[in-house]
Every structure is written in C-alpha cells, then in structure tokens.
Ligand binder design. Structure first.
Ligand SMILES: NC(=O)c1ccc[n+]([C@@H]2O[C@H](COP(=O)([O-])OP(=O)(O)OC[C@H]3O[C@@H](n4cnc5c(N)ncnc54)[C@H](OP(=O)(O)O)[C@@H]3O)[C@@H](O)[C@H]2O)c1
Length: 245
C-alpha cells in the first residue's frame, strides 16, 4: 500500500473545504475532493492539480446512502484505505435576507434538511469510511462545526454570538454531541476525532461577509487532520484553542 496519505474532504469544491483540500495537498496528502455536482467537482480538481495537489474527484452527496456507499467503494479501489476524513459539507438553511431563523416560526422541513446534511450526513459518511480509516496507522476525523453551536457561549450574555439561528446553531450543537459519542467509542484506538470552528469566513455561506479568508478558516481543520499520535480527541477547537461545548 502507498506511503502517501489519503484525505477525503466533503464539500471540497469551494469555500473552506476547497482550502482544506489545498492545505492538505500542500502537506503531501493525496486528496479526494468530495462534491455532489460534477462540473463544480471537476473544476475544483483541475484547479487543485494546477496548484500541484495530487487530487481526484469523489462524487459525494452526504444526504444520499447510495452516493456515500459508492464514494467509499471508489476510495477503496483507488487507495485501499483512508487516513483523514474531513466532514466539511454543510448548509445554513438560511433562505431569505438576513441570518435570522426564528424558533417560533421555524419551517420543520427546513430543520430536517439542515440536520440531514449537517449531522446525519456526517454520521453516514463517517460510518461508510470507517472500515477504510481503520486500515490507516493514524486515522483522523475532523467535523467542521461552528462556535454558534457552543451552548456555553450562547448561554453567556457577555459573548456576542450573532443572530438567533434556530435550525443551524442546534445542528452544530448536535454535531458536537455526536463527535463526543464517536470519541468515546474510539477510546483506546488510534482514531482521533475532533470538531473545528473556522471562525466567520467570507464564503458563499456568509454571502462573502465574514472577516476571515477561507484559507484562514481551513487552518484549524488542517491542524486537527494532521495531529500526531496521542493528540487530543473528543474536543472542539478554533484558532485560539479549545471552545467550550
Ligand atoms: N463560512 C463561515 O463563516 C462558517 C462558520 C462556521 C462554520 N462553517 C462551516 O464550514 C463548513 C463549510 O462552509 P463554507 O463557508 O465553506 O460554505 P460554502 O462555501 O457554502 O461550502 C459548503 C460546501 O458544502 C457542500 N455541500 C452542501 N450540501 C452538501 C451535500 N448534501 N453533499 C455534499 N456537499 C454538500 C457545498 O456543495 P455545493 O457547491 O454543491 O453546494 C459546498 O462545497 C460548513 O460545515 C459550515 O457550517 C462556516
């Protein structure tokens, strides 16, 4: 089996995911560019290759059982194992102008869609990739979360955490809780799993309004994807260190 480490990044065709793929590629990882749209995926793979990254496309819609099963088969054929999984794909569920998601008038279908992508999608992809990750000597899983999912920060009136986002923020709290369950399950194994917050980043997701660049937003996820053996697991990080749950 090749010595080159293989990483899969979901939602890697643009934004923070694309920069995570770029950063891991620059560190010598071969990168599977997980993306659901063929044209966007191929254009990202082309750009990454032009930048010197050993990238290949992985058709992947995190909400689809068959899509995720097929993605695992593709990686099995290509490399026979997976070293790093970055669960980056996510949606805000914001539909109109402004960021607000008022809990008192929330569209239940919207909640289902956000949870299906941001939480169930992560479980679906992680479990499909686990047999491949278990073949790595140093498996790493990074769940791209958000500090808006921190219940501690939301409960502190002295912390400015932005608008009420009653579908998105709880989906990231749920993702954080799921990350802890995996960490407990993996205790005593080589698998390290952590959640990462990229900060407020200028991408499609924020209408390009965040103060941080996608490259800056990718940094914590890249650090967690490349943790040394014995590194932290079951924690939630941003650039400045640990975020309280
Ligand atoms: N930007 C921020 O300020 C910020 C802050 C905190 C956390 N985050 C988190 O960071 C992650 C990346 O966000 P971003 O800012 O880079 O957003 P983005 O530019 O909108 O990119 C999101 C990526 O996820 C993909 N995606 C969405 N649904 C998918 C699905 N069902 N299957 C596969 N891929 C799917 C998108 O693919 P398409 O191009 O096909 O739509 C796109 O590649 C998200 O998890 C987000 O919650 C972002």
């Amino acid at each position: 089996m090749s010595e080159t480490k293989l990483a899969l990044v979901t939602g890697a065709n643009k934004g923070i995911g694309y920069e995570i793929a770029t950063g891991l590629g620059a560190l010598g990882y071969r990168v599977g560019v997980g993306a659901r749209d063929e044209a966007r995926r191929e254009s990202a793979v082309e750009k990454l290759r032009a930048a010197g990254v050993d990238a290949f496309g992985v058709p992947l819609d995190v909400t689809g059982d068959q899509s995720v099963t097929d993605a695992a088969k593709l990686i099995e054929r290509r490399a026979g194992r997976l070293d790093v999984l970055v669960n980056n794909a996510g949606i805000s569920g914001v539909t109109g102008p402004g960021w607000g998601q008022d809990p008192t008038t929330l569209d239940l279908d919207l909640v289902r869609t956000v949870v299906e992508t941001n939480v169930i999608g992560v479980i679906r992809v992680t479990n499909a990739m686990l047999p491949l990750l278990r073949r790595s000597t140093s498996p790493r899983i990074v769940n791209v979360s958000s500090s808006v999912g921190s219940l501690t920060r939301q409960a502190d009136p002295d912390i400015e955490i932005g608008p009420i986002m009653a579908a998105y923020a709880p989906s990231k709290s749920f993702l954080n809780a799921v990350t802890v369950q995996y960490a407990r399950q993996f205790a005593g194994s080589d698998i390290l799993i952590n959640a990462a917050c990229p900060g407020l980043v200028a991408t499609d997701f924020t209408g390009f309004l965040g103060p941080r660049t996608p490259e800056q937003g990718a940094a914590t996820a890249i650090r967690l994807a490349t943790l040394p053996d014995g590194g932290p697991t079951g924690s939630f990080f941003e650039d400045d260190g640990v975020i309280p749950w």
